[in-house]
Write a protein that binds this ligand. Structure first.
Ligand code: ADP
Length: 369
């Protein structure tokens, strides 16, 4: 009998991350990789599938799980993608213009190639469904809120994974007030109480909150009006500025990559990193207040897992709360980087969004059997 596997796809505009797992409850990973998308994303996906078919000849594909950025108001658990579901998800493209379209393209291509394949959509917004209503509201006219213009939050698959492994890493503190900082190309924070999302820094779209590699994060909305009205920018130009030319890249005018900025001697690189940490500290403070306390801070994703400098800089802002760091542990990216006397435990936990999607896909596949 052929080995049964599931394929996980995280399809973005500049790269496609993929992994395959044995279709068993232990979910051992078989392959994982990432391909850059330079031309037509559809062709890149077709090529990826050809390569996979070639390398997994003795396996049979049971299901495909996808990261889908936006689930809107209707989707807050992983779902089997049907034609109706696909149409509903397509309507959310304007809310995540640089992500949702690519996520759905992967689903479409796989449906054409394997028409009977079970495809599962797992949403980045879903984990934040537990936020209390106040955390989800903009102070906009009620009619707009009723239409769904609300704070949904993202990086939910990463937060869900971290919540699932927290007890292994920090024991019973996992049941208390924990702020998780997902600092990668995109960056956000999530305030958790007993492993549930209570508030998060991203809103309707993945632009809000922290400074990111290329995205501006929270901004005075008047800036957008100014750019449109006074600087006569088009909507597309403004969107491009906010999503692709701002953040670490915009402030430094050098790179969106923390590794590059950390080694640069240009003062603009230092200013970009300082601003990143300053704004992260502001968000940390805001989340600690709505949680009415903070027992642990967990850093994750590319920057959070690897940059001791950024972690230290952010944590310094909380020294007045009795937070201290063990600098050797921090330099070594250790699991716990605070000494026992620190009033707030600080940890570093590698995220694994693909495994979270694999778990959901496996579970749905068992139900569908
Ligand atoms: P994505 O959101 O694209 O999945 P990642 O979580 O992989 O992003 O994070 C990518 C970012 O992590 C890079 O742009 C870089 O700034 C940062 N990063 C990766 N490795 C390191 C490192 N060793 N030191 C500092 N920053 C790093």
């Amino acid at each position: 009998m052929k080995n049964e596997i599931i394929l996980i796809i995280n399809s973005g505009s500049s790269s496609i991350k993929y992994s395959t797992y044995h279709c068993q409850s232990s979910l051992e990973v078989i392959h994982q990789g990432e391909i850059e998308v330079t031309g037509d994303p559809a062709l890149a996906l077709e090529k990826l599938l050809n390569n996979l078919e070639h390398s997994i000849e003795s396996f049979s594909l049971k299901a495909v799980g996808h990261r889908v950025v936006h689930g809107g108001r209707d989707f807050f658990t992983p779902v089997k993608v049907t034609e109706t579901v696909f149409k509903q998800l397509s309507k959310l493209i304007p809310l995540a213009p640089y992500h949702q379209k690519d996520n759905l393209l992967a689903i479409e291509i796989i449906a054409k190639r394997y028409p009977l394949m079970l495809q599962v959509a797992c949403f980045d917004t879903a984990f934040h469904h537990t936020q209390p209503r106040l955390a989800t509201l903009f102070a906009l006219p009620r009619k707009l809120t009723d239409e769904g213009i609300m704070r949904y939050g993202f990086h939910g698959l990463s937060y869900e994974y971290i919540a699932s492994v927290l007890p292994q890493h920090i024991g019973s503190v996992a049941d208390k007030k924990v702020i998780v900082a997902h600092l990668g190309g995109g960056a956000s924070m999530c305030a958790m109480s007993a492993g549930k999302s209570m508030a998060t820094s991203m809103g309707l779209t993945a632009l809000d909150g922290l400074i990111m590699g290329k995205r501006c994060g929270s901004i005075d909305p008047g800036v957008l009006l100014y750019l449109l009205e006074e600087k006569k920018k088009t909507v597309t130009e403004v969107s491009d500025i906010l999503y692709k030319q701002s953040g670490l890249l915009g402030v430094s005018n050098i790179s969106d990559d923390v590794r590059v900025l950390q080694t640069s001697t240009d003062p603009h690189a230092k200013e970009a990193l300082d601003l990143f940490c300053y704004r992260a500290a502001q968000e940390l403070g805001a989340l600690a207040f709505v949680l009415k306390g903070c027992d642990a801070i967990i850093f994750t994703a590319g920057i959070g897992e690897n940059s001791a400098w950024i972690r230290e800089k952010i944590c310094n802002y909380a020294a007045w709360l009795g937070l201290s760091l063990d600098s050797d542990a921090n330099k070594n990216n250790a699991g716990i980087i605070s000494p026992p006397e620190s009033k707030i435990l600080v940890g570093v936990i590698p995220t694994n969004e693909a495994l979270m999607i694999a778990r959901h896909t496996y579970n749905l596949q068992m139900i569908e059997k």
